[in-house]
Design a protein around this ligand. Structure first.
Ligand code: NAD
Length: 493
């Protein structure tokens, strides 16, 4: 597939349409700062066109049997596999992560399509006969109508797939609003979606930023909104969607701690922790951001993680052997460097300082190297703020209880991980820690598509999460029917 380099069109009502937007934004390759194209800030009138097309399509689409509704998803799976390398390269081009990371992301996207193909079973209702004499009661699941996703920049290929395949397989029409920083991957995906035989209007792609999001949140025909992004915007979207009577699920930011006990395999732990903290240049909502070492784990873990951080190969994600790409924008790099500087000013010590690197041949790219900070005081700003960059802060405590207390003192609750060879410690951690995703000897506890992508506290607003059965429940409405068939009527038969 060739990549367009102009202002991207929207895909509305089954057609590619140039946006009438007065404003456009350029989006860049973060490894080179080269302009890849422009994205329109689609006005309310275009969200309205997409929503109207979706309403019209959803009336027929909900009547298509579930078994038939999943047939286009099988075709989509085939096309995503056929164009796997192109899509992975596009993710790397606009988002900066390494090709291996982009391939992993696309694999997760495909997994969600596969899981949604089980909708005929996942969407089943149930029946109880004779809840009273001659009375049966049953529950059916019906589609909501029209739903939309507002996506972040860091997984341009995967995150829309936490929602899209489930929404449409459940009989809804669906709008995708990608991040304005990385709109190309969804553009490419929609060039495949247009080939899978979905009726016009069942899926639409509307590009834009805040104004476009507000139009989605205010549109009366859009019944449900899925959001993934930073916590302040998640809160805003949740409140505005709810005020407009919509169902909302809003995944927010994170500050993920990993806890290392002295009985952990230190080499393995450091390697896994480095992959977690520095993979995707730390721009993962499941990135380790704080390492809390307990007792004697402090010195060996610090040595091992420093060695991992120092040897990480940083460069253009398209190049062979590169382990860490750039961060998304120059502004993002400045923000990360400022947070690190503030941490140092507050008494932290940089055991590895990754600021200001020169990557030969990529002088214009938005690169940082891994940074490891020690001497962090508990409660210091750097141990609480989401950095969303390749920075790991070290804290040292004496007991498992202290470590769990520290983990639970943060405001976020996306992920927490423990490294140990003790089953009892692992059980205690899993039980007592307040986070949606728990890793035991795992650094990125990303659930497979059949499980919900959970989140707690300031990392999630809503009840039902993305992926799996939660997605099916989110995109359907339960209807309970109570039915009386008096016994004397059945005597006739
Ligand atoms: P972001 O909040 O800046 O943007 C997310 C989306 O919201 C984009 O589509 C953007 O156009 C829109 N948006 C931005 N500002 C807005 C505003 N003021 N009003 C309305 N809409 C607005 O997030 P980002 O920088 O693209 O992504 C990184 C963030 O996403 C991090 O905080 C990360 O932790 C989080 N994230 C969370 C998860 C999770 O599962 N919890 C997964 C991935 C990323």
């Amino acid at each position: 597939m060739s990549i367009p380099v102009h202002t991207l069109p929207n895909f509305i009502g089954g057609e590619w349409r140039a946006s009438s937007a007065a404003d456009t934004l350029g989006f860049l390759n973060p490894a080179t700062a080269e302009m890849l194209g422009r994205v329109p800030i689609s006005p309310a009138s275009e969200v309205d066109e997409a929503a109207r097309a979706a309403v019209a399509a959803s009336i027929e689409w909900r009547r298509v049997p579930a078994m038939e509704r999943i047939q286009p998803l099988f075709k989509l799976k085939g096309l995503l596999e056929q164009h796997f390398e192109d899509l992975s390269r596009t993710i790397t081009l606009e988002c900066g992560k390494t090709l291996a990371e982009s391939r992993g992301e696309m694999q997760r996207a495909i997994e969600n399509v596969e899981t949604a193909c089980g909708i005929p079973i996942l969407m089943q209702g149930y029946l109880s006969e004779d809840i009273a004499r001659g009375i049966d009661e049953y529950m059916v699941r019906q589609p909501l109508g029209v739903a939309a996703v507002i996506a972040p920049f860091n997984f341009p290929g995967m995150i829309p797939f936490w929602f899209l395949p489930y929404a449409i397989a459940c009989g809804n029409a669906f709008l995708v609003k990608p991040s304005e920083k990385v709109p190309l991957t969804m553009h490419m995906v929609f060039r495949l979606i247009e080939q899978i035989g979905l009726p016009k209007g069942v899926v639409s792609l509307v590009n834009g930023a805040k104004e476009t999001v507000d139009s989605i949140l205010d549109h009366p025909a859009i019944r449900a909104v899925s959001f993934v992004g930073s916590t302040p915007v998640a809160k805003y979207v949740y409140a505005r969607a709810a005020a407009n009577g919509k169902r909302a699920q809003c995944h927010g930011g994170a500050k993920n701690p990993i806890v290392v006990l002295p009985d952990a395999d230190m080499e393995m732990t450091a390697q896994i922790s480095a992959d977690s903290a520095f993979g995707c240049a730390g721009q993962r909502c499941l990135a380790a951001s704080i390492a809390v070492t307990v007792g004697e784990a402090g010195a060996p873990f610090t040595d091992a993680i420093v060695s991992q951080a120092e040897k990480r190969k940083v460069g253009n994600g398209l190049d062979e052997g590169v382990q860490m790409g750039p961060v998304i924008t120059a502004e993002s790099r400045r923000r990360i460097e400022t947070i690190v500087q503030k941490g140092l000013d507050a008494g932290a010590r940089a055991v590895v300082d990754g600021r200001g690197p020169k990557i030969p041949g990529h002088e214009d790219g938005f690169f940082l190297r891994p940074t490891v900070l020690d001497n962090i005081a508990p409660g210091a700003e750097i141990s609480r703020t989401e950095i969303f960059g390749p920075v790991l802060s070290l804290l040292h405590v004496e007991t498992v209880d202290e470590a769990i207390g520290l983990v639970n003192s943060g405001t976020y609750g996306n992920m927490a991980c423990l490294f140990t060879s003790s089953g009892a410690a692992a059980r205690k951690f899993r039980n007592e820690v307040e986070a949606g995703n728990i890793g035991i000897n795992i650094g990125v506890a990303a659930p497979v598509a059949a499980f919900p992508f959970s989140g707690a506290r300031e990392s999630f607003f809503g009840d039902l999460h993305g992926q799996g059965r939660d997605a099916v429940e989110f995109f359907t409405q339960e209807k309970v029917v109570v039915e009386r068939w008096p016994r004397e009527w059945s005597r006739k038969f």
